[in-house]
Every structure is written in structure tokens, then in C-alpha cells.
Design a protein. Structure first.
Length: 76
């Protein structure tokens, strides 16, 4: 499950709408955005806050081993 690491630099601005670049193990690139960030307590500690992408992005487009990069907002 993808997520924003809690150890991310405090000045990093990752929120709903943040642009993402997803690179699959085959080298395909897919641009999208964060559509939601989970902020509930699951009762067990996680090292990250899970996030979701728009529903138009399918599991087939996100094979295991894909790398997800948050793209820096030039206005930040």
C-alpha cells in the first residue's frame, strides 16, 4: 500500500492534489495525483500515511514493484 512516510521532511508539502509520477518495473510512466490521504488510527502503527489515487487508475496500471514519486510543486 503506497503511503507518505511519517519521516518525510517537515517542510515537504504532500497533500490531496499533489502530483505523482509512477514508474512501473517495466519502465512505463504514469502521471496522476493524490486523491485522498488516510488519517485514521488503524490500531497498529504504520511508518506511513496511506494515500489513494483517482479511481480511473487501475490496479493493472500499478503493478507490484512500481515506484511512486511526489513531484515538487514549483509554487511551494
Amino acid at each position: 500500500m503506497p503511503g507518505v512516510p511519517h519521516a518525510l521532511a517537515p517542510d515537504a508539502r504532500v497533500r490531496v492534489g499533489t502530483a505523482l509520477l509512477i514508474v512501473t518495473p517495466a519502465g512505463d510512466e504514469l502521471g496522476t495525483t493524490i486523491s485522498g490521504i488516510e488519517m485514521i488510527d488503524r490500531g497498529r502503527p504504520l511508518s506511513h500515511a496511506p494515500f489513494s489515487v483517482p479511481p480511473a487508475i487501475t490496479k493493472k496500471q500499478l503493478p507490484i514493484g512500481s515506484k511512486v514519486y511526489a513531484l515538487q510543486d514549483p509554487a511551494a
